[in-house]
Design a protein around this ligand. Structure first.
Ligand SMILES: [Zn+2]
Length: 369
């Protein structure tokens, strides 16, 4: 044994040591295994630990280190004798319970299983099925981390500072909150405006939406903008960006996820780059449109103005401009036709007042771009 015990009497080669969790004194104790575990220091009052309350604590090999739920948090019992340790272990029915039921651990285990199953799916059925199954299962912290990195990437390209004119920001928040509530998204969702003349909007993992100033310049009414925002919320709700990442990254991305490498910086950079350059699949676009139509109807507004805004931008730029909304959201005739067909006379109040709308258009200040 180590020299720590050199001062201890030689009555046992493998002493049992107890820290009561209150003082830092190391006590050499004997154990009595009755209907509870009795810990006795010579001349002291015995301490009783119910077996059901005993939990395993982290320890070096060769030592069984125990804690008890009823004892002070730092109280530890260290058993070095293998036979005694086995004897105690046999009586503690919940020894490792905290490890397996700790939610975080369980989630990560569940996630690894999902990733492993998906890799098998990739081999057997090809990637799309796996991406569909896996995207909603990506743990929120992983999604958020990728979203944060993508945000940095996005700001590098489109302008570092978020537009923050106070009146404009208040109007933007009002509009976003109305859409968010109608969409049933929680308040971890964030939205910002970036000062660039490119007309586009992005949904990033981790509940982030960015609208580029160019879209405000082209929009002629709150409904036009709202329909496009609602479409982005649809992508968020459906985890389309994670699905796209898994699809495009394929097996290597899945394996990265499985081994936790996705939280490593290289995978995150890969992911954020693909997000900024990504375009959604036809199916994802149809799904986001369906969602946008539902949200707008729920608010008593028409989805048609959003289609008109898209049409106006297409008309001017032929729909092929890099980084425009059509690069990331491929536009087809039937998408426009569908949103136009879902036109309804307004049955809800305007989403913004005229004054708020003017403020929103000036959210990036004047002349700054
Ligand atoms: Zn889209």
């Amino acid at each position: 044994m180590s020299d720590v015990f050199a001062e201890a009497p030689a009555q046992s080669a493998k002493p049992t040591v107890f820290f009561d969790g209150v003082s830092s004194r190391k006590r050499q104790v004997t154990l009595t295994l009755g209907d509870a575990l009795e810990i006795c220091e010579e001349g002291g009052t015995p301490v009783r630990w119910a077996y059901a309350e005993i939990r395993r604590a982290d320890s070096p090999p060769g030592i069984l280190r125990l804690a008890a739920m009823s004892a002070p948090p730092l109280a530890r019992l260290e058993i070095r004798d293998g036979v005694l340790a086995a004897d105690v272990t046999a009586r503690c029915m919940h020894l490792d319970e905290h490890r397996t039921t700790r939610r975080g651990v369980a989630k990560i285990v569940g996630w690894s299983v999902a990733a492993a199953v998906s890799i098998v799916c990739v081999v057997l059925f090809g990637v799309p099925l796996a991406a569909d199954r896996l995207a909603p299962l990506v743990p929120k912290p992983v999604e958020r981390r990728i979203g944060d990195a993508a945000e940095v990437q996005m700001k590098t390209i489109f302008g570092r500072s978020v537009c923050e004119d106070p009146a404009g920001k208040a109007a933007f928040t009002k509009l976003v909150n109305r859409l968010r509530d109608a969409a049933g998204l929680d308040d971890t969702m964030t939205a910002g405006v970036l000062p660039t003349s490119v007309p586009n909007a992005f949904a990033l993992p981790g509940g982030k939406v960015f609208v580029l100033k160019g879209l405000f310049d082209k929009a002629e009414s709150p409904d036009e903008l709202a329909g496009i925002l609602a479409h982005e919320l649809g992508h968020l709700k459906h985890h389309d960006n994670m699905r796209g990442l898994i699809y495009n990254g394929g097996t290597s991305f899945l394996i990265g996820l499985l081994f936790g490498d996705v939280t490593g910086s290289s995978a995150v950079i890969f992911a954020s780059r693909s997000l900024v350059e990504a375009s959604y699949s036809r199916e994802a676009e149809t799904g986001a449109d369906t969602f946008a139509i539902e949200i707008m109807h729920k608010l008593g507004r028409s989805p048609k103005p959003a289609a008109e805004l898209m049409f106006r931008i297409t008309g001017k730029e032929g729909g092929s401009g890099l980084a425009t909304i059509f690069a990331s959201h491929p536009l087809t005739e039937d998408r426009l036709a569908r949103m136009t067909k879902e036109d309804r006379p307004p049955s809800g109040p305007p989403l913004l007042t005229d004054k708020e709308w003017q403020a929103l258009k000036g959210i990036c200040g004047s002349g700054k771009m």
